[in-house]
Every structure is written in structure tokens, then in C-alpha cells.
Design a protein around this ligand. Structure first.
Ligand code: GLC
Length: 426
């Protein structure tokens, strides 16, 4: 397909996956609104339908809880083809939502939407919408500070592998071993009836996911208790980098709106994170990786999230050089960057979900960070690899880094959105 055809196809996917005010990641496998998917989808809409881009984010925030929490799934309409659905989460909210969150990319996206509106001379028109969204974004980030970093380390402590957005990354294997699955009971998975089970997490992984959902539900989704007692509490390098970045963008928005008190509070979070994130640098590996807060153990795995330090705005000559060296080494091992797990890792599997495949959205963040750090060459390499995967195979959920085969669902919203955003340039 030519670029023109691909642009049209990508727009069609976003429209077809639209459900009036929000977009499902993929109608068959993921029939609800997902948190970080919607944020990336908004970037795609912004290339051809600005009002719709803002609506996508606004709809997501309509599901925000009073304490600032923003759920990872909003079950606007029931769909029996999905498990675990609304009744399993049982959060008792209206609209019904899940009880965990997802990587906070929304503030970064909203800043981008705002910039694009200003460049199109529409700042006056969008300022009220920005003013309405800002306190919601701020409340969510404050919730992160309170409940996902209870020890004030300056990192994000995920309480469920799904919260990280990198659901079955091997980073969660060892920390998950303590999860008691003896009371999970019987259940029927739906993901493996839509997709080849070779691509999906195993039964043991799934039991653990459900045990954590049951734990949260038993607390009545009490975020303070979950922060203090949840059996899984892992400082996720991906979310930590993403929140640091998002806080920088939120601070810029606060200043734009003349909110000096909020801006000062956000600056405090940024300073804490800039120091605290050191805890996630693994000296022996010379890489960024996640770390279990319960044992202090590093995951010891290099993943696509290890390359988000540039996106987070961190700069340290030694660590950056080491990160670039891993980037170049991995580029020599696969045809397409950036695999979700280092191909030299014994656990690498080219089509099993977050144990190998490439995700366009992660590439987008890696490439954006590298471009901002003035590493044009590597930024362009990630971007071109991403676009080439889509040109060859269409808009899949993920792709094999080895031969580019699409994996997971097809006609995937955030993949199409990244095409629209990136085909134009970084
Ligand atoms: C999978 C991914 C998660 C994503 C969701 C919808 O669960 O791991 O990151 O948000 O699918 O695309």
C-alpha cells in the first residue's frame, strides 16, 4: 500500500473502532475503553479530527474516581465476550471500571494536543477544554504520588502486571511467585478463544492476575490498603519513566494556565523522581530495569522500557552511552526494533506478547525521547522500523521483531494512531 492508502486505512480503523466518544483498541479482543490506548488514539485523531481527539481523552476522564484514580478499563457497555469483565472487578462505580490504572501518558498527549491547537490558531477555542482537563490530570498524578509511591521513593510501584501495560513481561515473573493462587477458582479465559494461545500469557500467569484482582476486590478497592498490603508491589521502570515525563508536561501546562501552586507541587514530584529513579539503574547490567519493592531485587531483564530514559528527560553521559550500546547491540540481533525483551535473554519469545514482540506505542515513546536528546540517527531507525512493520503487515497489535509477522489482534487502534502521528515526522 502507498502512504496515502495507509493514511486512509488508519483513519478507517479509528473510525470503525469508535463507539461514540471513545475508541476500543480492537472490537473483538478488547471491546471497551482502555486508558493509555485512548491517549495514544487521541494523537491519531488529532491528525484529522481535532475535536474528536479531545473528546477521546475527556470521555476517559469521565470515569475518574473521586480520589483522582483513573482506571485502566472503562466498561461503558457490557460485552460477555471479555474476561475478566465488570462483574469480576466489582468496583461498584458508575460507569463500571476496573480497579487498577495504566501508564500515565495522558498529560503528555494533552500537551501535544494543546500545542497542535495553538499552532492551528485555535488556542482560544481549546483553552476552556484544557482548563477543564487540567485539574483532572493533576488529581490523577497526585493519586500516583500518594498511592503508587507510598514510600516516596520517586518511582511508580505497580500493584498488578496489567497496570504496567506490559502485561506478561518477564520482569514480573519472580515478584509474582509469592502470589497465592490456591483460591482463584474456575474461570474461562476469553483471550485464547480470540487469539492463538502461543501468543498469550500462560495459565499460571493468568491465575496470578486473577488472584490480584480478587485481592483488590476484597479490600473494596481501598487504594491505601492496596499500597500497603498488596502481594505484588514492583517499581516499574516503564511507568516510572512515563510519569516523570508526564509530570514535566503537566508542569508546562500548569504554567501555561498560570496555576503556580500546582506547578510547584508538580516540580516537587519531578525533583523526587529525578533522584529516586537512580534506584532502577542496574550497575552490572548497565541498564534500566524494574525492581521489586518487597525484596529489593532487580528484575535483571532488559526490555523495551529500558530505553525510555530519554523520553523521561534524564541525561547522564555514562548511562546514556550504556543504553545506546544496548540499543545498537539489539539492533544487530533483530530486523525490527524495539523488541519488548532483549533477544539475548533466555526468555525471549518472538511472538509471545510482552516477551519479544514490538509495540508501536513503545517505539513511539523511545523514538520521541531519542529525537529530543538529539540522537537523530537512532530516533529515525526506530521510527522507520515501526513504519516498515505497518507497511508490510498492516496495523497489528504487535509484531515479531525477527520477521515482522503481526501478532495479537489486527486493525488495532493505537497502532493505526501511531502511523498517523509518525508517518508525518517526529
Ligand atoms: C494489552 C496490553 C495493554 C493494552 C491492552 C489494550 O492488555 O498489554 O498494554 O492497553 O492490551 O490494547
Amino acid at each position: 500500500m502507498t502512504t496515502i492508502d495507509l493514511n486512509a486505512a488508519a483513519r478507517e480503523i479509528l473510525k470503525a473502532n469508535g463507539r461514540g466518544g471513545y475508541t476500543v483498541p480492537n472490537g473483538r479482543v478488547y471491546p471497551f475503553q482502555w486508558n493509555w490506548d485512548s491517549a495514544f488514539v487521541a494523537l491519531g485523531f488529532d491528525t484529522f479530527d481535532r475535536p474528536r481527539a479531545w473528546t477521546e481523552v475527556e470521555t476517559l476522564f469521565r470515569a475518574q474516581w473521586d480520589d483522582g484514580f483513573l482506571p485502566h478499563i472503562v466498561f461503558w457497555k457490557d460485552d460477555p465476550g471479555y474476561f475478566p469483565g465488570a462483574s469480576v472487578w466489582a468496583t461498584g462505580k458508575e460507569p463500571v471500571t476496573s480497579g487498577i490504572t495504566q501508564p500515565p501518558v495522558a498529560a503528555t498527549v494533552v500537551r501535544k494536543l494543546w500545542k497542535s491547537a495553538a499552532e492551528a490558531d485555535e488556542a482560544d477555542h481549546y483553552r476552556p477544554r484544557l482548563e477543564a482537563l487540567f485539574p483532572k490530570l493533576f488529581a490523577w498524578h497526585r493519586w500516583f504520588a500518594a498511592y503508587r509511591d507510598p514510600d516516596r521513593r520517586g518511582v511508580v510501584v505497580a500493584t498488578h502486571p496489567w497496570e504496567t501495560g506490559r502485561d506478561n513481561s518477564p520482569e514480573w515473573d519472580v515478584p509474582s511467585e509469592v502470589i497465592d493462587v490456591s483460591n482463584v477458582g474456575d474461570y474461562v479465559r476469553r483471550d485464547t478463544s480470540h487469539l492463538d494461545s502461543k501468543m498469550r500469557p500462560t495459565k499460571l500467569e493468568y491465575d496470578r492476575y486473577l488472584a490480584l484482582v480478587q485481592f483488590g476486590r476484597a479490600t473494596g478497592w481501598d487504594h491505601a490498603r492496596i499500597a500497603a498490603e498488596n502481594p505484588f508491589r514492583v517499581a516499574d521502570v516503564g511507568m516510572s519513566m512515563i510519569l516523570l515525563r508526564a509530570n514535566r508536561d503537566l508542569a508546562a501546562l500548569a504554567e501555561e494556565l498560570g496555576r503556580s501552586e500546582e506547578s510547584e507541587e508538580i516540580r516537587g514530584w519531578i525533583q523526587l523522581a529525578e533522584r529516586g529513579i537512580d534506584w532502577l539503574w542496574h550497575d552490572e547490567l548497565s541498564a534500566w530495569c524494574s525492581r521489586d519493592t518487597l525484596t529489593g531485587r532487580f528484575s535483571g531483564h532488559i526490555t523495551s522500557a529500558s530505553f525510555l530514559s530519554f523520553y523521561a528527560g534524564l541525561a547522564d553521559a555514562g548511562r546514556d552511552a550504556a543504553t545506546r550500546a544496548h540499543f545498537d547491540r539489539i539492533a544487530g540481533l533483530v530486523d525490527y526494533l524495539m523488541p519488548s525483551l532483549d533477544p539475548a535473554d533466555p526468555g525471549f519469545q518472538m511472538i509471545r506478547y510482552w516477551r519479544g514482540p514490538v509495540w508501536a506505542v513503545v517505539n513511539y515513546m523511545i523514538g520521541t525521547g531519542l529525537a529530543e536528546a538529539d540522537d537523530r540517527e537512532r530516533a529515525e531507525k526506530v521510527r522507520q522500523d515501526t513504519l516498515e512493520l505497518m507497511r508490510r503487515n498492516g496495523f497489528y497489535e504487535a509484531y515479531s521483531p525477527v520477521d515482522g509477522t503481526g501478532s495479537g489482534g489486527d486493525d488495532f487502534s493505537w497502532t493505526a494512531a501511531i502511523w498517523l502521528t509518525w508517518a508525518k515526522g517526529i
